[in-house]
Every structure is written in C-alpha cells, then in structure tokens.
Design a protein around this ligand. Structure first.
Ligand code: 3PG
Length: 213
C-alpha cells in the first residue's frame, strides 16, 4: 500500500508550529493567531490533557488547515488523534505497535529518527518521511546533510531546537520538506493571551518558509 504522504497535506516548505497547550480555551485563539500570521499547518502535542480536545477544537474551527497531533507515543493515541480530526501524526520515535497502527491509518504518520539505523528501521516499516529529532542536539543541519545523502528516497522534517535563525539552513536542504518548532508560540505569550505577539512571530516564521520554498 502507498503510504499517505505528509508532504501532500502540508504547504510547500512548511514551517509547522509545534504547540503544547495547558487549557482548551487557549486552542482556538492560538490557532487563529498562527493562521492569521500565515502559517498553513499546526501540530498540537499530546503531552497535556488539553492536547486532544485542543486539536479537535482547532480542527473544527479551521477545517481547511491541516492540524496534526504530535508526541504520539502509543497506538491508542493514533486512533484517538484521528478521531479528533488530526490530518497528520508525528512521533518522537518509532515502536512496533506505533508502526503497525500508523501504517493502518489513512492519515500520514511521521516517525521520529536521529540515527542512520533508525532511518533504516522506519524505511523497513514503509515510512519514507520522518521527523529528525531532536534536530539541534542530534547534530543539526550538518548531521542531517550526512544522513540525507545516504537515503536519497527519504524526506525529513527536523524539529527540536529549531529557531527563526537556524530554520533556513534546514529548509535549504533538498531532503527537508518542513521544519517544526515552538518558537513562534512562546509559553509566556500563550499564558497571557498575547495573540498579537504570536501572530507577529507566526508571520516572520511563515516568511522563512516562503523565502526558502
Ligand atoms: C517537539 O516535538 O516538541 C518539537 O521538537 C519542538 O521542539 P522545540 O520546542 O525545541 O521547538
């Protein structure tokens, strides 16, 4: 079976805000700000209890924008995220149960990798698009250049330590189809409901994707 492609649901050279929300009431104003700033996809992590209902609220409010689930670490979370309306799924790693559940889903699933062996394992499971995580700690754009050179059929979405400053170096690589990060939605700004600040950061992030596309 051909795997559903993350690239097919994301804008070209996507800059994906990776969002962790503590309260569901933050979800829609946060999504509104990110989207108004020009970002065309959002990843909501399932690290908090508010994650899944926040994803559902964002997906209902913005049905044309791909809202994905991040930090997916169990097969149960895959099913729950798809039920909540997730358009794509992202994991920091890959286990056998996740691979099996991810393969069975009609929405794209991005497993996390940091080494050549992990890329090979993801590939063996049929995944040709992966998250490179934690990107900066795992060697940054230079390490990813080395990995991508030996796996010309693989696409990468680096996340972990990505900033407005280092994002362009990743997006300049042919193998990179998107970058993810939390820098455009700082926790303090979300806490105080400073949606204008987040909109401005999102607009700057969106320009990075456009310039490098
Ligand atoms: C994640 O999965 O949490 C992303 O890697 C975000 O990492 P960041 O907070 O370093 O941008």
């Amino acid at each position: 079976m051909t795997r559903p492609s993350t690239r097919a649901v994301l804008p070209r050279n996507a800059v994906i805000p990776v969002i962790t929300v503590d309260r569901v009431d933050q979800a829609v104003p946060l999504a509104d700000a990110l989207i108004a700033g020009g970002l065309g996809a959002i990843e909501v992590t399932l690290r908090t209890d508010a994650g899944l209902p926040a994803l559902a609220a964002m997906a209902a409010a913005h049905p044309t924008v791909p809202i994905g689930a991040g930090t997916v670490v169990t097969a149960d979370q895959i099913a729950a995220a798809v039920d909540a309306g997730a358009a794509f799924l992202v994991s920091p790693g890959l286990t056998d149960p996740l691979a099996e559940a991810g393969r069975a889903m009609a929405v794209p699933f991005l497993p996390g990798v940091a080494t050549a062996t992990e890329v090979m394992r993801a590939r063996d499971h049929g995944f040709t698009e992966v998250k490179f995580f934690p990107a900066e700690i795992a060697g940054g754009a230079r390490a990813l250049t080395g990995l991508a050179a030996v796996f010309p059929d693989m696409g990468f979405c680096p996340t972990g330590g990505i900033t407005a400053d280092n994002a362009p170096a990743y997006l300049a690589l042919d193998a990179v189809f998107a970058v993810g990060g939390s820098w455009m939605a700082p926790k303090a700004a979300v806490e105080r409901g400073d949606w204008q600040a987040i909109r401005d950061l999102a607009a700057a992030a969106a320009r990075i994707g456009e310039i490098t596309a």
